[in-house]
Design a protein around this ligand. Structure first.
Ligand SMILES: Cc1cc2nc3c(=O)[nH]c(=O)nc-3n(C[C@H](O)[C@H](O)[C@H](O)COP(=O)(O)OP(=O)(O)OC[C@H]3O[C@@H](n4cnc5c(N)ncnc54)[C@H](O)[C@@H]3O)c2cc1C
Length: 427
């Protein structure tokens, strides 16, 4: 149970901020990544970073390089677990076509500044400095040739070079603000004038996601935009499930849309609904009790062949649709959308429906399957240049905990690097 107190409630019997209360520093502090480093040498940090994920590590590196003494507190037994499972184990670490439009946020302009000051080329330069082999898979997505471990090792090496202390197995149970910030674990207190929250989102609780970042934001009175799973498969209602889901595994290139946002990529039918890149992308924009539109034949005329045929009937229609969609899916879809007549008008309706199949998902597969968490700390609360809280000087939020969500394809890591660097250069 986390006991976090705001500045109005801090206990007067605490030692002054300057004196770091590091109990029992002769024993190892969890399993640190850097066993040769000794915390007992340090009585005070310039910054404490919560979370040794993508954003936290990048922030620590940038701050450490500038001579700041940085402690990174990580709950898990190793840093960067999500980096290791990312991109199917190969980490899609950036996207060379990164633009502000690749990010969803209540304020679409917020991410621009940080993204402009730490670009994909900056991260690529780091990757090349460490001789990590990589390749472009598709649509500008860069992946490691070998393993995501290369990226994590690179970040750990950079941390070591910058003198960053990573303290693993940190069970943070109290945070308070006095003259600076105090972060308490059962055995230790970490004092610093700067606290950087980089605890990520709620997706994949199995590997250690927690709501700590949102709790800290609330503790200090910052607004939070409602969180929801994103880049996540969608679940269909019972009728559509019966109609389509035994075709699980079938895929097609489609254009999926919500409002003005569209993604032309692959869609995959699953046992409970729809997935594949087009659906994962659009899931970020979808809200409960609303629909998505799916163009099953982007840019193609579907009914031309039927209109031209000698006989206009279900057999000709089936053949026409099967030339566009996988056969079983085409048949199933046509059964559910059989034309009322074979007039040009009815065929035009069929054409329109094929390009705008309206699907009403009943939900998502939730945080267990979501690649990211949309929503989070309201960008109005933060400086876009530094990620520092406008209300609470010295308090920073970076990475996924902020209300900035990247599209699929390496953009979420690019946001983690860019926002981490922005904070790291400011502290
Ligand atoms: C399966 C999967 C694959 C993905 N693949 C890609 C990809 O290929 N490309 C891409 O761009 N994005 C990918 N993402 C998204 C990407 O991993 C995240 O957006 C990114 O890691 C966010 O960085 P972060 O530092 O904000 O959070 P994280 O990397 O999640 O780091 C947060 C850290 O905080 C720690 N923490 C949490 N709670 C506490 C606490 N209470 N106390 C202390 N520490 C705590 C966590 O253990 C974690 O180490 C993927 C996500 C998933 C789930």
């Amino acid at each position: 149970m986390l006991g976090i107190r705001g500045e109005t409630h801090h206990h007067g019997n605490r030692r002054p901020i300057a004196a770091l209360e590091c109990n029992n520093h002769s024993r190892p502090l969890g399993r640190t990544s850097f066993p040769d480093s000794s915390l007992s040498m340090v009585d005070k940090f310039d910054a404490v970073v919560l979370g040794a994920g993508a954003a936290g590590l990048m922030c620590a590196i940038e701050a450490g390089k500038r001579g700041r003494r940085v402690a990174v507190l990580e709950r898990a037994s190793r840093a960067g677990k999500k980096i290791l499972i990312s991109g199917g184990g190969r980490c899609n670490f950036t996207n060379i076509h990164c633009r502000p439009e690749n990010f969803h946020s209540t304020n679409p302009h917020f991410a621009k500044s940080a993204l402009a000051r730490y670009e994909p080329a900056d991260f690529i330069a780091l990757v090349e400095k460490h001789h990590i082999a990589y390749h472009e898979k598709t649509l500008g997505q860069l992946f490691c040739d070998r393993s995501a471990e290369d990226i994590l090792e690179m970040l750990e090496t950079e941390c070591r070079a910058a003198g960053v202390q990573i303290i693993l197995n940190s069970d943070i149970h109290e945070i308070r603000r006095a003259d600076g910030f105090v972060v308490c674990t059962p055995s230790d207190e970490f004092h610093a004038p700067v606290l950087v929250v980089a605890t990520g989102g709620l997706s994949i609780p199995k590997i250690g996601a927690t709501p700590l970042g949102y709790d800290v934001a609330r503790q200090f009175g910052l607004q939070i935009r409602a969180t929801r799973p994103a880049l996540v498969p969608l679940v269909l209602g019972a009728k559509d499930r019966t109609q389509y889901c035994d075709l699980a595994g079938v895929s097609a290139e489609v254009k999926a849309s919500v409002g003005d946002s569209s993604f032309r990529e692959k869609m995959l039918i699953t046992h409970r609904g729809l997935s594949g890149p087009a659906i994962l992308q659009i899931s970020t924009y979808w809200r409960e009790n609303s629909s998505i539109r799916i163009d099953l034949a982007p840019g193609r005329d579907v009914t031309l062949a039927i209109r031209k045929a000698k006989d206009r009937n279900m057999a000709t229609a089936r053949t026409a649709l099967q030339g566009i969609l996988p056969k079983r899916f085409a048949t199933r879809w046509l059964d559910a959308h059989a034309p009322q007549a074979w007039t040009n008008r009815a065929l035009q309706d069929l054409e329109n429906e094929f390009h705008e199949w309206v699907v009403e998902p009943v939900g998502t597969e939730g945080y267990d399957k979501a690649e990211v968490t949309a929503g989070g700390v309201d960008t109005e609360e933060l400086s876009g240049k530094t990620m520092e809280s406008r209300r609470v000087p010295g308090l920073f939020f970076i990475g996924e905990v902020v209300d900035v969500t990247g599209h699929l394809g390496g953009f979420n890591f690019q946001w983690a690097w860019a926002s981490g660097a922005a904070a790291g250069r400011a502290i």
